[in-house]
Design a protein around this ligand. Sequence first.
Ligand code: ATP
Ligand code: MG
Length: 410
Amino acid sequence: MDYRLILLIAALILAAWFAWRYVKLRREAGEFANQIRQQRFNTEIKELEHIASAVTSLVSTFNLRHATLDAERARLATVLDQMTDGVLIADAQGIIQFANPAAGKLFQASNPVNHSLAEVIRHHQLIEAWRRCQQTGELQSESVEVPMRHQYLQLIVIPDAHAGGSLLLAQDLTRIRRLETVRRDFISNLSHELRTPLASLKALTETLQDGALDDPPAARKFIDQIQVEVDALSQMVTELLELSRIESGRLVLDLQPASPSDLLFSASKRMQLQAERAGLSLRVECADDLPKVKIDSQRLEQVLVNLIHNAVKFTRSGGEVVLGADIVPAGEAGMGEVRFAVRDSGIGIPLEDVQRIFERFYRVDKSRAGSGTGLGLSIAKHIVEAHGGKIWAESIEGRGSTFYFSIPLV
Ligand SMILES: Nc1ncnc2c1ncn2[C@@H]1O[C@H](COP(=O)(O)OP(=O)(O)OP(=O)(O)O)[C@@H](O)[C@H]1O
Ligand SMILES: [Mg+2]
């Protein structure tokens, strides 16, 4: 064989072998690269999955916190809305950023937000308290009377260290103040009322001790007077006890259906003798077919007796006292009511006193003959109001008075 042909064949075989090796290596390298890529891809997917689950858990934690915060905010808003104390939040310049409904009501401002404290509070002492709080950074408290609004207010200003503003709490102390005044007046009235009969008793007994005892006719007169004073004292004590029982909410009504005319006749019967002695005519003018009302008859009879007793006391001999009752139909007075009336032809009550006679101890003219303690009408008022009714008087001085009280028909 030709030497060159052999060489060519050998070279070709070698080239084919190299080519085959090259292709194999390329394939292996490609497969290897693919494997590596696949691995990296898998790892990346895993990492992404981790990140995704972390983000999901973060979102759900965030949602949970958000919901908790929303619930807390709603609860706080309800508390602030329902509070009877006014709450204002003002910035460092005194511009209101938040006000609850009570604050608007207390300061009679429809929409206090974005207005200045001075515009809303309108009281120099209260504004001064806020200014002091801004200057000193310390809590300030101020109580003032606002005569224009018939209010007694307390304002507490609390500094807000973060925002430089302040939180203002306003309390309406009007009711508490009024109660304090009523209690103070009550005690001073009571001691005054007790002093008069006690002083008379002391004087009468001293006169008896100083020799009047040896003069039987005079002694009898003094003893009669002592009896009058003791009666007045015991009447006062009974009324006070009654009033305190009623006012402390211990008045328990025994409600039973009763006929209005029966009630009037029963009260009139009890007072007939007293009226006759005073030279007055006492009569009942009432239809007897009026519907029954659910009342505590004993208590309402006491109201009528108090009113008749007054009518007798404040009507001159020869006058008259008339008791009556009628129906005020539903619509005009809500659900309909029975209206009782005690009319007299007595001395009457001045216009400026008519509103006040139902107050404890209030008497029109303390020097008036026959005046008592001034508790009878306030007791009557309590009893009528406990029945869900109301009591009032109409009077013309010198001509007479009519006392009305109404009891709802249920
Ligand atoms: N019918 C009346 N006519 C004129 N004034 C009246 C009449 N009823 C009440 N008043 C006035 O109202 C005041 C208050 O009446 P109220 O019944 O509360 O007290 P009082 O009769 O003086 O004492 P008390 O009833 O405690 O014995 C009376 O003192 C009187 O001045
Ligand atoms: Mg009276």
